[in-house]
Design a binder for this molecule. Structure first.
Ligand code: ATP
Ligand code: MG
Length: 424
């Protein structure tokens, strides 16, 4: 128990973190190129925020939230998703009265959902997400989709599919809801209790139910895109031609309704078709009523969330390469108390000059220290013992080529210059 992480959580041990850093660095580069700025929000919020935004007929709210009373008697929820918090923070800091549109991203943000842990499904997972407020045109939707798509492509993820759909606006949805109710009414007896409950309040949720019998019942259901009003329909047309203009292939998929209530018009998912089934890596869409719903001005919004664990998992499955960086440029092996102090001094001088350096503090034999340097793939080794101390001279040895060069023990700059010239 003591040495087991809680169910549904996953450590990133020090031997694996370079993979996260590689992906995070790429995301930072590409969001910077798109003119986005980072936003950070707290790990928990008032429960009410998610009831309002995510919606109280969704799986996330009905089954999956980590909700508790704090010691002050407030109902608190660990963030199940990122958008609601970003909207809340945008309103609270009154950014709507500054330069618009506001374009932002968050990276490796922890999310919590009480789900059945399984392939690609965790209880604590992390998201990279983008939100843009104040840009109502469908070309913005397309631009964000292309950003998400290009990030996955630049990370070497092959075999992905982009699925798009429109779920309209509250006006055109009213007629669609009626058609959905007519379709499901005769089948409702065979569906799950949750679906029976959602039938009146939010019939579109019946299309998103994960229960097998409900999935079967939903086959052949009417499609929202056949009910779009003029505004929503032309938005969808612009989205398609904008994706076409960027040469991004897509499939129109009426099954995509998304698991959160706040979406309007565009919804999309980027799906990895793995041998053992599809896995959604990224999901998002437009939410033109959410900012007002949470208490801000009426303002368009659009965004997406990408699961970091899922992205890394799919990268691994398709064999996308992540270079493993060497840990150290130079390792300073040392023997004896006086030599250790000299090594310590040289080590700190080399670090100050931008060289990744380390020394032995375990008092191990020279042989053991060399072995260690070899195991961690240090580029160079310096040895300091009685001899080197007496002559005030050391040898810089390149591990791969076995090439050796003498240096004065106090010539940190010369040593650093040689190392950096060859490694960088
Ligand atoms: P699903 O249909 O797979 O349950 P969702 O619609 O609940 O997904 P979103 O709320 O759109 O997912 O979350 C955005 C992204 O976050 C997903 O596409 C996925 O990559 C990731 N994600 C969602 N839930 C989990 C989870 N429990 N564990 C790991 N990643 C997750
Ligand atoms: Mg889900």
């Amino acid at each position: 128990m003591l040495t087991q992480a809680p169910k549904g959580t996953k450590d990133v041990p020090m031997t694996e973190s370079y993979k996260w850093q590689f992906v995070e660095e790429r995301i930072r580069q590409m969001t910077k190129l798109a003119g986005l700025r980072e936003v950070r929000t707290p790990m928990f919020e008032h429960t009410e925020l998610f009831l309002r935004s995510v919606g109280d007929t969704t799986d996330v709210v009905q089954k999956e939230m980590y909700t508790f009373m704090d010691k002050g008697g407030r109902s608190i929820t660990l963030k199940p998703e990122g958008t609601a918090s970003v909207v809340r923070s945008f309103i609270e800091s009154r950014l709507y009265s500054e330069v618009l549109p506001a374009k932002m991203y968050y990276l490796s943000m922890p999310n919590f959902r009480y789900e059945k842990p399984q392939n690609g499904r965790l209880r604590e997972f992390h998201q990279f997400g983008v939100e843009v407020f104040g840009a109502p045109l469908a070309t913005e939707d397309a631009e964000l989709i292309s950003l998400a798509w290009n990030i996955t492509q630049s990370l070497g993820v092959t075999g992905l599919e982009l699925h798009i759909n429109s779920i309209g606006c509250p006006e055109c949805r009213a007629k669609y809801y009626e058609a959905l109710r007519d379709f499901f009414r005769p089948k409702l007896g065979g569906m799950c209790e949750n679906c029976k409950d959602r039938f009146e309040r939010n019939p579109m949720r019946l299309l998103d139910c994960k229960e097998e019998k409900c999935k079967e019942a939903a086959v052949g259901a009417p499609k929202m895109i056949d009910y779009l009003c003029e505004d929503c329909s032309s938005h969808f047309e612009v989205l398609k031609s904008a994706l076409g203009a960027m040469n991004i292939d897509y499939t129109i998929d009426p099954q995509i309704v998304r698991g959160l209530d706040y979406y309007t018009k565009t919804v999309f998912e980027i799906i990895a078709k793995l041998p053992d089934g599809p896995l959604t890596v990224c999901g998002g869409g437009r939410y033109d009523n959410l900012i007002e719903e949470v208490g801000g001005p009426k303002m368009a919004g659009v965004g997406f969330g990408m699961g970091m664990e899922r992205l890394l998992m799919v990268m691994e499955r398709v064999g996308a390469e992540i270079p493993k960086p060497a840990l150290l440029d130079v390792y300073i092996a040392n023997y004896g108390d006086a030599a250790r102090l000299a090594a310590l001094k040289l080590c700190s001088e080399l670090r100050a000059l931008g060289v990744r350096a380390d020394i032995d503090h375990a008092g191990r034999s020279m042989r053991a220290q060399f072995k260690y340097a070899d195991k961690i793939d240090a580029g160079y080794v310096i040895t300091i013992g009685e001899d080197e101390m007496a002559k005030n001279q050391i040898t810089l040895r390149q591990m791969v080529s076995h090439e050796e060069k003498p240096f004065n023990l106090s010539d940190a700059e010369g040593i650093a210059g040689e190392i950096l010239r060859n490694l960088k």
